[in-house]
Design a binder for this molecule. Structure first.
Ligand SMILES: [Zn+2]
Length: 74
């Protein structure tokens, strides 16, 4: 949990792998992981997710909802 960016290198690799754009299906596959990473570390960035969320209101809303849920102390 306290490890610094355990998959930063993997993300960097992914950025070169394909164009930085995800389909909604791919976005939904990753959204839980992305939101959890964001909740744990506000400085976390996943460029492919961010590019998709910037252009896709539905997924952006989903991500915002999930982030709010995670931010709630339960
Ligand atoms: Zn989408």
């Amino acid at each position: 949990m306290n490890d610094a960016h355990p998959y930063a290198a993997a993300v960097e690799g992914l950025l070169r792998d394909t164009a930085p754009y995800l389909s909604c299906d791919e976005c939904f596959d990753r959204i839980d992981q992305y939101v959890e990473a964001r909740a744990a570390d506000p400085d976390h960035h996943d460029l492919r997710m961010e590019v998709h969320l910037a252009g896709c209101g539905a997924c952006a809303e989903e991500a915002a909802t999930l982030l709010e849920l995670l931010a709630e102390p339960s």
